[in-house]
Structure formats: structure tokens, C-alpha cells
Design a protein around this ligand. Structure first.
Ligand code: SF4
Ligand code: SF4
Ligand code: SF4
Ligand code: FES
Length: 943
């Protein structure tokens, strides 16, 4: 394996229906109109020297190194900024050009430290390369004059250093921050000799607006901006292309290694989801994988109050199987179940649900998607016929109107947010539907046309009101609806009712009717209109209704079935789409086929050699209830921290304590593991071989960069457990598991590891009809035939503010932390956010005598917690907000057991609370803080 270097053609590719032909140093080349001479030369196999150009950024034309001669053109134009013309004859090498280039390089080098041999970037520095390319042997000006050597380094960022003495002021970092990331954190301040790169207004990187995405580091041609790990470990020597294990964007990375150690993660230019960009988590926050707290040995204990006993894999698996079988013997086949993980690969998830169905002999399998996107699966299946988003990410580049509902992409899905912001800067219009003033509402060069700042829990009323405007103002796409949809008449009659009008619901939603009308008109008439949504849609008592409401709106306006439109869930975890696809729900076999379907069951039974129950099994909340009732006694949990992530913690803890056997497979002793009897070490993404499926249905390879640190891959553990339970399961590589998935799942029929190697990634459905996958769904017809309008009556949640609990609490995430924080809390991302905080509007804070930074107690009818307050105008009065990344804040002690009517997805986004100023954290929270280092202690409150 070697270090993979993707070609840099100097300027971005152009798409044009017309092409131009030219010659470069006599080589003929044909390129789309608008292509630069530099890029055409590169395509013709001729590399023109360059410093300020790189193909991820628009040309800037500042370094003057890329000069060329063009027949019939006076002077020596810069090839990066000169577009190709038909019939051009370009010369890139001549004595005159060589002299000019050497002169340019001489000036750069005379103001650059001559420490190449000890520089961290030695061998990976374009300045060094170009000095060689132009044949620079001497610097006539000497080094004694005014220079920038000896300037102070900025070491404020935990992940990269800034050494201005090495800066050549090429502005690639500034342009990367503007064009690629869209944060606009950097400027070139000063003029001429005094020009310098500056984060913010003479701030450090850490204190500036910088979000640490690393795009500037990647773009920098010198060692000025350099990953700290490269400084510490030296240049990497080999790379493995793999997929990020954080969010549902599913960015592709080159894991660049030196020996067995990861030196840096470099976003892969050919990655379909990210095209060479990343966020701080994927690029920098992977240190948790080798964190000292990783548990490397299986452990067993009879009782949860006993100390853990390290055992061999054989003993742990044998013990687990014996206890599971004993439970089944005593309490029946349905008394045990399993939980799959959206952090695991498709193959790992598939074998867990197979083990539950074939070896446990029941359908008691569920997944963490239960608590996030299960309403997406339900709602989109009902209306469109398939449980997945409709577009690829690139589709947003064709959108004219973008509606973001209940999602905060700049924090939750940062790389997609950058792509979206680029489109918005080009002129697309934006509607944000969110109780909070999220960053997208107003950020550099982006401003929402409409921010519908609704009261939590009123999504359905808002989407119905938008649809009401579309229908009653004659904005429906009648031809599309007539040809492609059914259930139209009943829906039109329902949605036209006056009680669905913006005016009628204004007092419920808090959104001015005029704003709803304007947003609906924009959506219906503004060109290609796309909806992107997140957990602010699904985690409600009407989550499924809202998903169907958005689908109705898209169908009514014909915004489905082509690029630039659609209804698109922004998935939380890296493989939440995949874990749902793989049959993790108690009612569905892989490919979303109901267990009651005899024909489907027969296919699986034939291959698996076991009878599959036709009745759905238990969902996670049903498992908890049954555990408390005493009928559900044993659970195998892969990569999921139920005790921290599920609502109403007291209830979850009671259920876990009631079980005879809790088996946790994870990287760390998480909150659930504190109540477990068996701990099986899991693998990080760096040790996994398999596939993840992102929010665009894109299946990408996850490639092992190191062997499993605890000795076994997760799928091997599941396989051995199934065998110990008496069920034969034999695979020698994850590719064999994928072969079985493809054989059994129509939407995966055409997927193979060989094809993934060849194409890079594949968006399902991939089968005979679409052998290379399906970027856009529902083109021409819906998967279910006709798209179906569903009646989406708004029913207010029972969780309302009262005189006792006058505020509504809603939850979300921040950029630097991820989910329950298991991974990111074990990285330097703590430098940005080391605790959950409560955002509260200044009016609500003043009413309660709360100041910024005060400890506040939050009480709901379920429980209470204490955290620090942030007084913020992002909030609307009456609404408070927090995250759930840190166990000591215990957010889910406060959330209630309310859930979506169709899927039981918890209503995390609406909890009626009261907030008061307090002196200190609750005693148990203080204890958890103190015990953070003592991971093996029981820490959660007893009930
Ligand atoms: S790390 Fe990202 S956000 Fe920060 S300055 Fe560089 S490009 Fe901009
Ligand atoms: S920091 Fe790097 S990318 Fe930015 S101007 Fe200096 S040399 Fe160019
Ligand atoms: S956007 Fe998501 S997938 Fe991409 S690097 Fe960040 S966390 Fe990873
Ligand atoms: S690369 Fe063209 S001017 Fe710098």
C-alpha cells in the first residue's frame, strides 16, 4: 500500500454542452467550454507549475508561476485564469517562461525559512516541489533584507498549527474557508509586504469564527497550516480509503498512516458524499479509537454490583449463550432480544438481526433508529413507497428553493451544510422552519428569506398551513398530481378546510400567517424546491404525520422525481439508513419487507434454515415495559447506550435492572454497561471491514486500517455467539455477508464488493433495472406506483406548557460533540464544548433571575437535571434548548415517555419544564462528573 495522491488539475472542472479544442505543447485536447488552460494542460498530460491554484478552488491568479505563451496572444497570461479558446496553441515551456518562473520562485524563497530538512511538510510541500520544477538553484537577493521569518506561531487550535513565517500569501486557505467551507473566517489583512493571513480580526484560530473543518489546512501548499499529528509523527507513508463513522453525511476519507498509526484523515476527492471536504469530527476527532479507556478484554459478572472479571472471548461467548438459553427455557422464546447499532456496518447489523430471528427464534430486534428516524421510514414508505430520502446530496446544487425543517445542518451535517450554503450563495432561496434561530438563518452571505419560528410540537400545523395555501391559491401542479398521485380528492378537501389555514393556526404555531403564506408561495412557485429535515421533524408525537405532511406538500407541487427537489432526511448516525435497510425493526426483514409476508419469509427461511415468526417482535420501549413486567429478561445490545440515549432514564434504568442478563458490546464502559452482566469489546471504524449507507442511500466501503484491537471483529463475535446458541453461521469475510444480503434483498441485488471497488460507492436501489445505483428516486413513477396523499390532521401533543411547567424544552446537537458523546468526549473536541448547557431567551432568564453561566435546575413531570445556562436570543421566548452529549447532564431524566403514534419514536423535542436558578449541580450529577475517570463504577441514580 502506498500513499494515494489524487491528481490536482489546478482549477475546478466545468460542465458545458459545448467543447473547445486546443493544443498544449503540441498535444491535442478537447475540454468543456470555460475550462482553464491550466486544467486543459493537465488533462493533456502537461503539468504547468502553480502555487496559488488548486482544483478545489476557483482560480485567483496571484502567484504568476503558471504563465504560458499562447500563439497570437501578447505577453504571458496566467494559465489558471485564462479560459481555453477553440484552436488555441499553448506553449508551457520556453526559455522566457523558465526565466520568469525562476524569478517568481526566487522572491518566494528569499522570504521563506530554509529549514526544509526539518520541516514537518518536507516531501509534501508545493513550494519545495515548485523550486525543483522551475530549476531554482540560487537566490540572488539573499535573506538579509526585510522578511517575515521568525513570526510567532498560532498553536491555539488543538489539531493544527499556524506558522505565518512560512506563509506565501497565496490565499488558498482564505478561499477554501470561503468557497468550500462557507465560514469566511479568514482574511488577508494588510497590503503588499504587510499582507498576512488573519483569522477574524487579528484573533487566534481558536477564538475566531473558525469551525476547525481543516479545509484551509488541506489547501495550504506549504507547512504554514499543518496538522499537529504530522508534526508529532512525521509524514504518512500509506493510505486506506474509508468512510467517516460520525454523521449520516458519510464522508469518504483517506486514512493516512505511518506504520500502524493514523497520522491524519484527508477527505477523499472522489468521495461521492463529500468530494474532498470534511468537518472537524471526521478529519480530526478520531483519537477515541485508541483512547486509554477502550476496553480490550471481554468481561463478565454475575450481578451488576459485582466487580468485572476479565475473561477470554470463548468464556464470554459461552457464558452469554448459556445464560440466554437458560432464560428462554425458563421464560419462553420471546423473553430475550437484541439491539443493533447505527454505528456498525451493514454486515454487522445484518448478522445481529439474523441471529435474533434465526437463533433467538423471535423478532425482538430493534435499533437506535427507533429513537430518531423511524417516522421517516414509516412516513416515506406510506406516501412514496420506500423508506429513504429521495435525492443525492449533489441534487441541492440544482435547487432554487431550499426548505430546512427541524434540522441544524451546520452543526449536525456540516459537510452537506457547506454544499447547501454554496448553492444559497449562488442565489437559491431559503426557508427555515425551526423554533431556534439556527446559524443558517443568518450567516456570512446567507440569509433565510423566511424563518418560521414555530412553537415546538406544531410542525404538522405549519406544514398543513403551507399545503392549504398551495391548494387554495391554485399553486398545485395539477398535471403532476393527476398523472402520478392518488388519494388527491380527499386530501384536497381536507387540507382546504379553513381550520388548516395559516390564519387559523397562527395562535397555535406562533408563526405569522403572512410568513407561512409567503413561504408556501415561494416553495410552490420558486422553481426546483427541496425539503431537508432532521430530528426536529421526527422526534415528536406526530413525527410520522409530519413526514407524510412534507411528502404531501412535495407531491402537490410536483417537487419530486428529478434533481433539485425531493424530501430528504438528514440522518443522524453514520449508518442509520443502513441499520434500517438491514431489517433491524421488529416488523421488517431486510429491505423493509413485513414479517407477516409469507412469500418473503419463505425466501429467508429457505436460506437461513429456520422458521421465522410471522408476528412482529418487541420495540425498544415495549422491551422495557416487558422487562419491568418480568416477561423480557435478557438483551444483547450492540453499540447503543440505551441508558443515556433513551427517554425517561428512570424507566430505562428500572427496566435494565429488572433483566437477568444485559450484554453490552461497545468500545467503552458506557452508562448502559454499568448495568450489564457481560461486556464484549467492540471495534472502532478504523478496525472495521464492511459498508455504511449514508443519508443519500449511498453504500460506501469501510476499510480496516488496523486489526481489531480486542482480537475479533464485531461480526465474528455475533457469528460465534449464534454458533454457541446452536445456530450455524459461517462467514469468512464481510463480503460474503453482503453476498447474502444482495441475494435476499431486491434493492441490493446488484451490490457487490467488486462493484463498490469499481464505482467507489453505490446508491440503492441497485439491481438489474439500475445496475449502477439510483441517485434520484421516484423518477417517472413512485416506488409504490402512485404517490399517495395521506390526511395529516394536526393533533396537539399532550405535552403542553402549564403554570407548573411553563417552558418547552427541545433538544439538539452541537458541531463538536456527537450523539451521546461516547466518541467525541474522548477527543480534543472537549476544548470547544465540555458540557451540555441550557439555552434560554433573555426574557425568560430575566423573569427567573438567571444570568449567563448560572447553574439552573430543569424540572419536568418525569424528573430533573441541573446544567449551566446560556442566555441567548437564538431562542424564542417560552422555549429552552439543550444537547444530550454528556451523561452528567442527564437530559433524558427530564424527557417523557410520550412518543410518535406510529413508531414509538420518543417525543424528545417537546418537554414542558420549569427552570430555576440553583446553587450547584444535583448530587448525582456531581458524582458522575467525579467518577468520569473511574469508568467502571456504577454511577447512575438508583430508582
Ligand atoms: S479550519 Fe475551516 S473554518 Fe477554520 S479557518 Fe480553516 S477553512 Fe475556515
Ligand atoms: S497559510 Fe498557506 S494557504 Fe494560506 S496564504 Fe499562507 S501559504 Fe497560502
Ligand atoms: S460531515 Fe459527518 S460524515 Fe462528514 S466528516 Fe463530518 S461527521 Fe464525518
Ligand atoms: S497558479 Fe496561476 S497565478 Fe498562481
Amino acid at each position: 500500500m502506498t500513499l494515494l495522491k489524487e491528481p490536482d488539475r489546478g482549477t475546478p472542472a466545468r460542465t458545458s454542452a459545448t467543447t473547445v479544442r486546443l493544443t498544449v505543447d503540441g498535444q491535442p485536447v478537447e475540454v468543456p467550454a470555460g475550462t482553464s488552460v491550466m486544467r486543459a494542460a493537465s488533462l493533456a498530460g502537461v503539468d504547468v507549475p502553480k502555487l496559488c491554484a488548486t482544483d478545489s478552488l476557483e482560480a485567483f491568479g496571484s502567484c504568476r508561476l503558471c504563465l504560458v505563451e499562447i500563439d497570437g496572444v501578447r505577453g504571458t497570461p496566467a494559465s489558471c485564469t485564462t479560459p481555453c479558446g477553440d484552436g488555441m496553441a499553448v506553449t508551457t515551456q520556453s526559455d522566457r517562461l523558465a526565466d520568469l518562473r525562476r524569478g517568481v520562485m526566487e522572491l518566494y524563497i528569499s522570504d521563506h525559512p530554509l529549514d526544509c530538512l526539518t520541516c514537518a511538510a518536507n516531501g509534501d510541500c508545493e513550494l519545495q516541489d515548485m523550486a525543483g520544477v522551475v530549476g531554482l538553484r540560487d537566490v540572488r537577493y539573499g535573506y538579509a533584507g526585510d522578511n517575515h521569518l521568525g513570526q510567532e506561531k498560532d498553536l491555539s487550535n488543538p489539531y493544527f498549527d499556524f506558522d505565518p513565517s512560512k506563509c506565501i500569501v497565496c490565499s488558498r486557505c482564505v478561499r477554501a474557508c470561503d468557497e468550500v467551507q462557507g465560514t469566511f473566517a479568514l482574511t488577508i489583512s494588510g497590503r503588499g509586504f504587510d499582507s498576512k493571513v488573519s483569522p477574524g480580526v487579528e484573533e487566534s484560530f481558536f477564538d475566531s469564527e473558525c469551525v476547525s473543518c481543516g479545509a484551509c489546512v488541506q489547501a495550504c501548499p506549504t507547512a504554514t497550516l499543518q496538522e499537529r499529528k504530522v508534526v508529532e509523527l512525521g509524514m504518512p507513508t500509506r493510505s486506506v480509503v474509508t468512510t467517516c463513522a460520525y454523521c449520516g453525511v458519510g464522508c469518504s476519507f483517506k486514512a493516512e498512516m505511518r506504520g500502524g498509526e493514523v497520522v491524519r484523515m484527508v477527505p477523499f476527492k472522489d468521495g461521492g458524499a463529500n468530494e474532498g471536504h470534511s468537518c472537524v469530527k471526521g478529519r480530526f476527532a478520531w483519537g477515541y479509537a485508541t483512547h486509554a479507556e477502550r476496553v480490550m478484554s471481554p468481561m463478565v459478572r454475575e450481578n451488576i454490583d459485582d466487580p468485572w472479571r476479565e475473561v477470554s472471548w470463548e468464556e464470554a461467548i459461552g457464558y452469554t449463550a448459556r445464560r440466554l438459553l437458560q432464560i428462554q427455557e425458563a421464560h419462553g422464546p420471546g423473553s430475550i432480544g437484541g439491539i443493533t447499532s447505527s454505528r456498525c456496518t451493514n454486515e454487522e447489523v445484518y448478522v445481529v438481526q439474523k441471529m435474533v430471528r434465526a437463533a433467538f427464534g423471535n423478532n425482538n430486534v430493534d435499533t437506535c433508529a427507533r429513537v430518531c428516524h423511524s417516522p421517516t421510514g414509516y412516513g416515506l414508505k406510506q406516501t412514496f413507497g420506500t423508506s429513504a430520502g429521495t435525492q443525492n446530496f449533489a441534487s441541492v446544487e440544482q435547487s432554487d428553493v431550499i426548505v430546512v425543517i427541524g434540522a441544524n445542518p451546520t452543526d449536525g451535517h456540516p459537510v452537506f451544510a457547506s454544499r447547501m450554503k454554496r448553492r444559497l450563495r449562488q442565489g437559491a432561496k431559503l426557508v427555515v422552519v425551526d423554533p431556534r434561530r439556527i446559524d443558517l438563518v443568518r450567516s456570512p452571505h446567507v440569509e433565510a428569506q423566511h424563518h418560521l419560528q414555530l412553537a415546538p410540537g406544531t410542525n404538522v400545523a405549519v406544514v398543513n398551513a403551507m399545503a392549504h395555501v398551495v391548494v387554495t391559491e391554485g399553486l398545485m401542479d395539477d398535471a403532476f398530481v393527476a398523472e402520478r398521485c392518488e388519494g388527491t380528492d380527499e386530501w384536497v378537501a381536507f387540507i382546504s378546510q379553513p381550520e388548516n389555514s395559516p390564519e387559523a393556526v397562527e395562535h397555535i404555531t406562533g408563526v405569522p400567517a403572512s410568513e407561512v403564506r409567503a413561504a408556501a408561495r415561494l416553495y410552490a412557485t420558486g422553481g426546483n424546491a427541496a425539503i431537508y429535515y432532521g430530528l426536529g421533524v421526527t422526534e415528536h408525537s406526530q413525527g410520522s404525520t409530519m413526514v407524510m405532511g412534507m411528502a404531501n406538500l412535495a407531491m402537490a407541487t410536483g417537487n419530486i422525481g428529478r434533481e433539485g427537489v425531493g424530501v430528504n432526511p438528514l440522518r443522524g448516525q453514520n449508518n442509520v439508513q443502513g441499520s434500517c435497510d438491514m431489517g433491524s425493526f421488529p416488523h421488517e426483514l431486510p429491505g423493509y419487507r413485513h414479517v407477516s409476508d409469507d412469500a418473503v419469509r419463505t425466501v429467508f427461511e429457505t436460506l437461513w434454515g429456520r422458521t421465522i415468526l410471522a408476528e412482529p417482535g418487541l420495540r425498544i420501549p415495549n422491551m422495557f415495559d416487558a422487562a419491568i413486567d418480568g416477561t423480557f429478561r435478557g438483551i444483547y445490545i450492540q453499540g447503543e447506550d440505551l441508558a443515556q440515549s433513551d427517554p425517561n432514564t428512570q424507566h430505562v434504568l428500572r427496566a435494565l435492572r429488572a433483566m437477568d442478563l444485559v450484554v453490552v458490546q461497545d468500545l467503552f464502559l458506557n452508562e448502559t454497561a454499568k448495568l450489564a452482566h457481560v461486556f464484549l469489546p467492540g471495534t472502532s471504524f478504523l478496525e472495521k471491514d464492511g459498508t455504511f449507507t449514508n443519508a443519500e442511500r449511498r453504500i460506501s466501503r469501510v476499510r480496516k486500517v488496523m486489526e481489531p484491537l480486542a482480537g475479533l471483529a464485531d461480526w465474528e463475535v455475533t457469528m460465534q455467539l449464534a454458533q454457541a446458541l446452536g445456530y450455524p453461521m459461517h462467514y469468512s469475510h464481510p463480503s460474503e455477508i453482503m453476498e447474502e444480503i444482495a441475494r435476499l434483498t431486491p434493492t441490493f441485488h446488484g451490490v457487490t464488493y467488486e462493484k463498490l471497488e469499481r464505482l467507489g460507492s453505490i446508491q440503492w436501489p441497485c439491481n438489474d433495472a439500475a445496475p449502477e445505483g439510483t441517485p434520484t428516486m421516484h423518477v417517472g413513477s413512485f416506488v409504490r406506483g402512485k404517490g399517495k396523499f395521506y390526511l395529516t390532521e394536526y393533533v396537539a401533543t399532550s405535552e403542553r406548557s402549564t403554570s407548573r411547567f411553563p417552558l418547552l424544552l427541545t433538544t439538539g446537537r452541537v458541531l463538536y460533540q456527537y450523539n451521546v458523546g461516547t466518541q467525541t468526549r474522548r477527543t480534543s473536541n472537549l476544548a470547544w464544548q465540555a458540557e451540555d448547557r441550557l439555552d434560554i431567551h433573555p426574557d425568560d432568564a430575566e423573569d427567573r433571575g438567571i444570568k449567563d453561566g448560572d447553574w439552573v435546575g430543569v424540572t419536568s413531570r418525569a424528573g430533573d437535571m441541573v446544567l449551566r445556562a446560556v442566555v441567548s436570543k437564538r431562542m424564542t421566548p417560552g422555549v429552552v434548548y439543550t444537547t444530550f452529549h454528556f451523561p452528567e447532564s442527564g437530559v433524558n431524566l427530564v424527557t417523557t415517555e410520550n412518543s410518535d403514534w406510529a413508531t414509538n419514536c420518543p417525543e424528545y423535542k417537546v418537554t414542558a419544564v420549569e427552570v430555576v436558578r440553583v446553587g450547584q449541580p444535583e448530587a448525582w450529577q456531581a458524582r458522575i462528573r467525579a467518577e468520569r475517570s473511574a469508568q467502571r463504577s456504577p454511577a447512575l441514580p438508583t430508582t
